[in-house]
Design a protein around this ligand. Sequence first.
Ligand SMILES: Nc1ncnc2c1ncn2[C@@H]1O[C@H](COP(=O)(O)OP(=O)(O)OP(=O)(O)O)[C@@H](O)[C@H]1O
Length: 605
Amino acid sequence: MTDARSIQVDPRDYRLDGRLARRIWRLAKPYWSDPKHWKSWALMAFGILIGPAWAYYNFWAAQVGAEQANALVSKNPEEWHRIFWLLFLLGIGRWLYGVILGLLNTLMQMQWYRWMTQWIVKRYLAHKTYYDIAMRDDIDNPDERIQDNVLPFIDAVLSFPTKVLGTILGLTTNVVLLSQVNSRMTTFVVVYSSISMVVQTAVYWPLIRKNFDAVAAAADFRFGLLRVRDNAETIAFFRGENMEESQVSDRLDRVIRNKMNIYYYNLKTGFITQFIGSVWTIAPLFMIYPLYFGGKIEYGTIALAMTAADGLRSALLSLDDYIPFFAGIAPKTVRLAQIVERFDAMDAQIARHSEQITIKRGDSIELDNVSFQTPGGEQQLAQKVSLTLKPGESMIIVGQTGVGKSSMLRSMAGLWVRGTGTMTMPPEDDTMFVPQKPYMMLGNLRAQLLYPHGRSDMTDDELQAVLEKVCLPNLIEKSGGLDADRDWSKVLSLGEQQRVSFARILISKPKYVFLDESTSAVDIPTEARLYKALIETGATFVSVGHRETILRFHDRALRLLVGGGWEIIDSRTIEPTLVQPLGASRVASEPVSPTDSGVSATNCG
Ligand SMILES: Nc1ncnc2c1ncn2[C@@H]1O[C@H](COP(=O)(O)OP(=O)(O)OP(=O)(O)O)[C@@H](O)[C@H]1O
């Protein structure tokens, strides 16, 4: 996950143009083009169709209101009471309309929200895209994008058709109403509102960028806090609290600066909006009252005209609203679209097979002219590697630090796909990759041991026997049983976690195992025990390691050279300095039997 500040911003993302419209369409289309979502279409159609009825209702209510005012002036209590109860019922109808529309909208929103979030998460996890994003570091805070942006996007898009319909109906009904009273006033409202629309558009334009920056700053602040949680122990060791406090305050300052920026901007523009509104409240009065004093209209018509003029103005002003509306949703849309565009790019890359290592499935490990690259293509690693590893064989990858040993394992696991050539790999279900820092899932000790498949018919005694083989004879007892639930990544030392990883191998019995410095945190006798147990399973395995002591457990070594070269050598006769000198623990130069590790069962740890 990366800091939003380090991401290059495309200035085109700040515009409200066809590109934004296409992005909205790209995000909305998958849901709305699926016939399975007919219910949402039905709800949407209902919401739209009820609009004209609602407009007519308001049209009629305005006329009834005028009749009531006339009944008041002509001192007609029966008529006044009749209209009063009618208006009371109309009020209930208005309330019911609001409730029904709110319910329909929420139902539609939740259906789409669930679907869209699941759709994005599915694509995020497919083809290991989450890993690609994390490695390339070009999409900041993907989790925040998924969690925070989907609902506001949906909310905005769903409200859009009703908003447009509301504007159209508001314009037509109020023009009809107002022109019944005075056509001059209709012209005034239209001209006045058009001018105000132009002014407001100019005023709101800069807000798009400000909103954008505010969203990125908030995501950044969250990221800063998350870093502290994720690295709590390291920070505590380094006593880095002061530095962390300053980085968090720094991010918080940015959030506040952006919020204040928007606030001051709204305050300034608020004066303009306020001025436009004030002129409006006075101006129509000067046009309507002379008509009344001249006996040209009845008293109730004043209220009717004012309601219609106000309705027409708000319909026209709602046009102004489209700019702030799009300015508000643009950042969220762009942040979501960027992540979906990355999914699309990933799919396209896979479909094209371009610059991508082809992976075939077979019963051995075979590299045919494979050249490896880092995920973004920044670095060429080992070039044109060809080798075969038959079932039961083992190989260690050695070479200078940073030369690309772990990367080769990542490519074999299908995590890094960039490069050329063809790699034959065993079926995924037959393989297990063991990283240096094991993953401890949430759950009890049994779940840790059975990870990743989570199923096994092994009894508790059998699990205990496995733990003894990996030098953890007391783990169950000291943890409070196999069903004890702890934060295992914290309560187990790294060496213990690495031994749990080996227990997982012995439990799952994969045919192929790939180990990336998986014994770096255990002592040499324990390492020997672990490799001995691995060899006994008969698995084919490939290790990456720095310690010369593990060379002897492998049939051969692939030595990677700086500049992309490589060579295959006999791992038992390799010059230890080609791996990494270990000082006192030099290995004997004569070949050693892999099963003769030189340690006894009691020699663990
Ligand atoms: N996500 C990444 N994006 C771009 N380059 C990367 C990424 N991860 C690693 N690299 C680069 O790829 C090169 C090979 O890294 P790799 O981890 O494979 O080396 P290594 O030989 O295993 O190193 P070490 O022995 O230190 O563990 C390094 O130069 C490293 O900086």
